[in-house]
Design a binder for this molecule. Structure first.
Ligand code: MN
Length: 281
């Protein structure tokens, strides 16, 4: 059994632009290589927005050296980038964006969502790239809701939607640059389950909604992170109430992390280069 190392509470909500009220459930500035290959997770709990005349969101900004993974549960997010590409991420969809050598993009509520209003509920996860791929060409995987296998957990303990990696013979559609697993878990109140995970991998459980007990030794509520010890190949979860959680597991990259704002590289010199490249277009 993987032992629970720590349970962390997210800091209070902050706004990203004027469209995304998020709590940073984890962040490499605080937890560093213990999260590797994951860097950061911002969670926007369900928030009502009134109809508006102008889309809310965040204007043009760069990224380099990692991937941003946007999971929308409710509402719609539109994106546009410097190469002219764009699209809408709707409920159940995932956008897996490889910023790699660099991308400049905008993230806004979609025109439809802006006009109609409604609940916005989403996650943005940052996944680090191995040094060998940090300067690869940028790319997108726009993965629609119907592409994800949904695996029923034994004894009616809920479901695991497989975003990336494999789980119980199901394969998630997202292509990744290092071995990792992203599972979107729905566990009904009172259910108990054991989940196989890789020995030696970083393993993080992010409770989005609800409340759960882990390994009968720890409990976690909404907007809390459970960080496990790398050793061990199973975790046990029991839902105290209807629970929505993400299980993130991955092989640690074992490379230095140097980050500044929207850039995550391996050295300070590479960060200075990224800032310089951005300033020179
Ligand atoms: Mn962005």
């Amino acid at each position: 059994m993987k032992q629970v190392k720590s349970v962390y509470s997210a800091p209070p909500m902050h706004w990203v632009g004027d469209g995304f009220p998020v709590r940073s459930v984890f962040d490499y500035h605080h937890l560093g290589e213990a999260l590797s290959p994951f860097l950061l997770l911002d969670y926007a709990a369900p928030t009502p927005f009134a109809p508006a005349a102008r889309p809310r969101g965040v204007g043009a900004h760069p990224h380099r050296g990692f991937e941003t993974v946007t999971l929308v549960f409710d509402g719609e997010v539109a994106h546009h980038d410097s190469t002219g590409q764009g699209g809408v991420i709707g409920p159940g969809d995932v956008q897996w964006m490889t910023a790699a050598s660099g991308i400049l993009h905008q993230e806004y509520h979609s025109d439809t969502f802006t006009a109609q209003g409604g609940l916005l509920h989403m996650v943005q996860l940052w996944v680090n790239l191995p040094a060998a791929h940090k300067m690869a060409p940028p790319g997108y995987q726009a993965i629609t809701a119907d592409c994800f296998p949904i695996v029923p957990l034994p004894a009616g303990a809920g479901t695991a939607r497989v975003i990336a990696g494999s789980f119980c013979a199901a394969q998630g559609p997202a292509h990744t640059f290092s071995p990792l697993q992203v599972l979107d878990l729905h566990l009904p109140a009172g259910s108990q389950t054991q989940i196989d995970v890789q020995d030696g991998w970083t393993t993080l459980l992010v409770v989005l909604q609800g409340s759960m007990e882990i390994n009968s030794s720890a409990h976690a509520n909404a907007a809390q992170l459970v960080l496990f010890e790398p050793v061990g190949d199973q975790i046990a979860a029991a839902a105290r109430s209807d629970t929505h959680a993400l299980l993130l597991s991955g092989q640690p990259l074992g490379e230095p992390i140097a980050g500044h704002g929207p850039f995550v590289m391996n050295s300070r010199a590479e960060i200075m280069q990224a800032i310089d490249d951005f300033n020179h277009g």
